[in-house]
Design a protein around this ligand. Structure first.
Ligand code: PMP
Length: 443
């Protein structure tokens, strides 16, 4: 009788207990672990919504960390991919012609791209771009920007230790690895600068000008709540790279084909020597690439001293057919405009909700990928972001999740908008946000 009275176990808890036996923390990769009770298991998805294994439906502004640009299960893409799989095959380890067709599409949208190579993930695209920069310049050092994320490559896993820094402005924080298993030697060639800090930028080139192969950055930091480079700072970085023969590598893994058809570089009108793309290029299929100046990309190849780039799955037919179909929709329709319009409506709506609640807030970044920060100013760098009320954001986000609106409970992850969000009932969403904010403030 006792057993009969217990509530039925949720499907989530059953699956989590099972997954725990097979995978560290019960997940396939670190970032989807949200705790024993909160780790999400998804059953189906369509448009801008998904349903979890217990039948709860969510409107999703997380979109798998950004790849979904049109919507889940978009027929314009999925039909093309299914036809490819059923009628022509997935992989041969040879060229297809469709790879160069996709390259042509990318060049049509992104004028700084003259040649590209394919990869399977953002991490791999970054590895390829940085090795190419090193091979072309014959230099070794790389600089990144504090608060950014460029994938799981050892050298990209170094951080400034802001938790143990006193913000006195006199000392600089220590640089530490993001976790275990990162060899100290991978730190030796890395420098970290601070977004929008002219002094640190000038110092970097003064000290490292001759040895710096590349500076890699996201001008709109999709991993720090879309806080953005100022036009002047990015231009100064561009000029210093040019003067010093350093490759400017713009990581558009999150922003590419999303914040504009031509990505962040189109918005700024400032272009990198190399660019990395992934995520939105395939509306959820695993496809990535890097590319840029012809002379730089031609450092890749099997000639003596050529840069080695390869991969069994590079430009596999699932990846390139998905990219081909997605880029065709983005090039030929107003999808990006729709996304911008809906994103702007959302920002306006959220602004109203916070004003009513008396909570100071600021948005950062463009509507397709905006960050939201509680505090008196828009953060201009990652150090500054850390002074915002991220705890309040977290409470607000958990309340929204409870009410069926999915987003990352960490405001370093922006709100991602897809074309299908045009179907969302904004009045319902506004009420829901109001309830979530009220509850968050009561906690
Ligand atoms: N660069 C940026 C800017 C990213 O946001 C990410 C992933 N969030 C990566 C690189 C790595 O991409 P992936 O997870 O596909 O390896």
């Amino acid at each position: 009788h006792e057993v009969a009275r217990l509530p039925p176990a949720s499907r989530q808890s059953v699956l989590m207990a099972e997954a725990d036996q097979h995978m560290p923390q019960g997940v396939a990769e670190n970032y989807r672990f949200w705790g024993q009770k909160r780790t999400v298991f998804v059953k189906t998805s369509k448009g801008c919504r998904f349903t979890d294994v217990d039948g709860k439906e969510f409107v999703d502004f997380r979109l798998g960390y950004g790849p979904i640009i049109l919507g889940y299960r978009d027929e314009r893409v999925d039909r093309v991919v299914c036809e490819q799989i059923m009628e022509r095959g997935t992989l041969s380890g040879f060229s297809s012609g469709l790879d160069s067709e996709v390259a042509r599409q990318i060049k049509g949208l992104c004028p700084q791209i003259e040649k590209i190579r394919f990869a399977n993930s953002g991490t791999e695209a970054v590895m390829g771009a940085l090795r190419t920069a090193r091979g072309f310049t014959k230099r070794n050092r790389i600089a990144t920007v504090e608060g950014s994320f460029h994938g799981l490559y050892d050298e990209m896993m170094w951080r400034t230790d802001l938790d143990n820094w006193d913000y006195d402005g006199k000392t600089e924080p220590h640089i530490i690895p993001a976790g275990g298993g990162i060899p100290p030697v991978s730190r030796d060639l890395m420098d970290i600068i601070v977004l929008n800090d002219f002094e640190k930028l000038e110092d970097l080139f003064k000290v490292r000008g001759d040895s710096l192969a590349a500076v890699i950055l996201e001008p709109i930091i999709g991993n720090a709540g879309s806080i953005s480079a100022s036009q002047e700072w990015l231009q100064r970085l561009r000029d210093l790279c040019t003067e010093n023969g350093t490759m400017l590598v713009i990581d558009e893994v999150k922003s590419g084909f999303r914040v504009a058809k031509g990505g962040a570089q189109e918005l700024y009108g400032i272009y990198g020597d190399l660019t990395t793309y992934a995520k939105a290029i395939g509306n959820g299929y695993p496809v990535a690439c890097f590319g840029g100046r012809r002379d730089v990309m031609d450092a890749i190849g099997s000639h003596q001293g050529g840069v080695v780039h390869g991969g069994t799955y590079s430009a596999n037919m699932i990846a390139v057919s998905a990219a081909h179909a997605t880029l065709k929709v983005l090039a030929e329709t107003d999808a990006n405009k729709t996304i911008d319009r809906v994103g702007q409506q959302l920002m306006d709506m959220l602004g109203r909700v916070f004003e009513e609640a008396g909570v100071e807030n600021h948005f950062a970044g463009p509507p397709a990928m905006f960050g939201m920060h509680f505090g008196p100013n828009v953060p201009t760098n990652y150090r500054h972001w850390r002074t915002t009320r991220s705890g309040l954001y977290q409470c607000f986000a958990w309340q929204l999740i409870d009410l069926g609106v999915m987003l990352e409970p960490d405001c370093r992850e922006p709100w991602f908008i897809c074309e299908s969000h045009q179907d969302v009932d904004l009045a319902w969403l506004e009420d829901t946000c109001r309830i979530a904010m009220k509850r968050a403030l009561e906690l």
